[in-house]
Design a protein around this ligand. Structure first.
Ligand SMILES: Cc1ncc(COP(=O)(O)O)c(C=O)c1O
Length: 377
């Protein structure tokens, strides 16, 4: 079946009790048991909830995975994946990820003896050389947040597997509609469902999708043991969101390309980061690996002062963190999403004080461009 058919139907079977077409919000903490040890498959809502189960089936299907688990946030989903490694193990982390992912490694996991090194995941030779005897995982994001570098998922998966390591890919920026990492050999896909999967800026959540049954059982065990589960209401919202994922992503992609082209030709903009531009260093790879280029665009204004002027002059675009909602959101990575990345590293990656990131929404494109035009002038 096609992507939209799966998005609308997987996990969304009519309710067996009433026939309700929309999966009900099972807002309960526990379930009545018929007799001691006799129940309907549901004992306690941290462990099992039908609304969450429907969403888990849905997103797993969209990623082409056998198993899926919904978490309370993208960060708790990422943290659950990192619980597949132990103290003394080494993890390779792409050197440009969401700042919170870096912070988790740097300020939390380090205290539990998990070693990590940053690697430029766009450079296959560097990836190959970075593996150590105890490397158990490679964690990448592609395209990266916020400089939109693209990692060759097939190539890095082959290298990781040859070294006995698993590959985790954060697919938040494109969603399964525009990129399906498992098809390229990636073992585990993570999401902040807060972004495109939910799509309406009204829920925080995370997701882990994978095929390996042993790892899946472990992730489920971790989900239940730690308890960072997605609530029934949030599960309902994300399930509603994924039904329109294809049409939303088409619109984000269409608008993203136009905003990137507009910025690339604007005399006040020094550089535009968007894999859809022919000038992007991994444009050809992006064309092969992705179904589109998405709605995330970053651009260099030259200074903090210029960035501040743009960010404070927009009228339609909303100044704020996050991305992937129907409304255009504009942000300043250096002081917002990537403030926890050391200054030296930020400068090396291009996350300068003049860099502005826009999550292009699905408003009428003329209005978005007019807003950016007036803010730039
Ligand atoms: C690429 C990416 N991954 C993970 C996260 C973390 O997700 P959450 O905020 O839902 O915990 C974010 C948040 O911005 C993100 O942009």
């Amino acid at each position: 079946m096609g992507f939209s058919t799966i998005a609308i139907h997987a996990g969304n079977e009519p309710d067996t009790a009433t026939g309700a077409v929309s999966v009900p919000i099972y807002q309960t903490s526990t379930y009545a048991q018929d007799a001691l040890g006799v129940h309907k498959g549901y004992e306690y809502a941290r462990t099992q909830n039908p609304t969450r189960a429907a969403l888990e089936k849905n997103i797993a299907a969209l990623e082409g995975a056998k198993f899926g688990y919904a978490f309370a946030s993208g960060m708790s989903a990422i943290d659950a994946c990192l619980k597949l490694v132990r103290g003394g193990d080494h993890v390779l982390l792409g050197d440009n990820t969401y700042g919170g992912t870096f912070r988790l490694f740097d300020k939390v996991l380090r205290d539990y003896g998990i070693e990590f090194d940053l690697v430029d995941a766009t450079d296959i030779t560097k990836v190959e050389q970075a593996f150590k005897q105890n490397t158990k995982m490679l964690f990448v994001e592609t395209p990266t947040n916020p400089v939109m570098s693209v990692t060759d998922l097939k190539a890095v998966s082959e290298i990781a597997h040859a070294n006995g390591a698993k590959v985790v890919c954060d697919n938040t920026f494109l969603s399964p509609y525009l990129q399906r990492p498992i098809e390229f050999g990636v073992d585990i896909v993570v999401h902040s469902t807060t972004k495109y999967l939910n799509g309406h800026s009204d829920s925080v959540g995370g997701f882990v999708a994978l095929n390996d049954e042993t790892d899946a059982n472990r992730i489920q065990f971790i989900q239940n043991s730690i308890g960072a589960i997605l609530s029934p209401f949030d599960s309902f919202l994300v399930l509603r969101g994924t039904k329109t994922l294809a049409v939303r992503m088409e619109a984000h992609d269409r608008n993203g390309r136009q905003v990137a082209n507009f910025l690339a030709e604007h005399p006040k903009i020094q550089k535009v980061y968007y894999p859809g531009l022919a000038s992007h260093p991994q444009h050809e790879l992006a064309k092969q690996q992705q179904k589109g280029f998405g709605g995330m665009v970053s651009f260099e204004t030259g200074s903090l002062e210029n960035a501040k002027k743009v960010l404070e002059s927009v009228k339609l675009c909303i100044l704020g963190e996050s991305l992937g909602g129907v409304e255009s959101l504009i942000s300043h990575p250096a002081t917002m999403t990537h403030a926890s990345v050391p200054l030296e590293k930020r400068n090396e990656l291009g996350i300068t004080d003049g860099l502005v990131r826009i999550s292009v929404g699905i408003e009428d494109i003329e209005d978005i461009i007019e807003d950016l035009d007036q803010a730039l002038s």
